[in-house]
Design a binder for this molecule. Structure first.
Ligand code: NI
Length: 189
């Protein structure tokens, strides 16, 4: 089932998500719905706050991104993975800029500078524990999605002047004055 994606301006995008346990209702269906919603919007990642759930869960599919330096360190391909109750505990390597976008902020793309390599602990959809290191574009997507469950957005990384210039556009997004071809819910519409 395709879920509506929460647009910029909704308070839920600014809340830190809560950890969940195995008893969380209909978790498997929620994860399937998140993948379906992400794919329908042609995204490479989607975090639970974006579908109006304030929990520490996101999905990533970096397998179709073009880059030869992506995925788990030592592996050539991207990943398709569920991150439950993740803890990002290390960021290293060189800083690099990449143009990011967000399904909650349609039509806005800006260069964001982040570190290249991350290490993260998380549970998968079966609640099996993992500790892995990722780099390149996959690390980039994980950093972006991890920000979401911390109540942060990629535009928070921009310089104040750049954000000021975006203000009108962001206001219009929260009012639904934006052209988008997937289902959204707008906080000020
Ligand atoms: Ni996003």
């Amino acid at each position: 089932m395709i879920l509506p994606i929460v647009a910029y301006g909704d308070a839920i995008l600014r809340k830190r998500g809560e950890n969940i346990d195995k008893k969380y209702p209909e978790l498997q269906k929620l994860i399937d719905d998140m993948f379906e919603t992400m794919e329908n919007a042609r995204g490479v990642g989607l975090a639970a706050p974006q579908i109006n759930k304030s929990i520490r869960l996101f999905v990533v599919d970096s397998t179709r991104m073009s880059d030869d330096d992506e995925g788990e360190v030592g592996s050539p391909d991207g990943i398709r993975e569920v991150f439950l109750n993740p803890k990002l505990f290390d960021e290293t390597g060189k800083e690099w800029a990449y143009e990011e976008g967000c399904l909650s902020i349609p039509g806005v793309r800006e260069n964001v500078t982040r570190l290249d390599t991350i290490s993260i602990q998380y549970y998968d959809r079966n609640f099996d524990f993992h500790e892995k290191t990722f780099d390149g574009l996959t690390a980039r997507v994980i950093q972006h999605e991890y920000d979401h469950i911390e109540g942060k957005l990629f535009i928070d990384h921009l310089k104040p002047l750049k954000r000021t210039l975006l203000k009108g556009k962001l206001d219009n997004i929260s009012k639904g004055k934006v052209s988008v071809d997937y289902k959204m819910r707008f906080p000020k519409k």
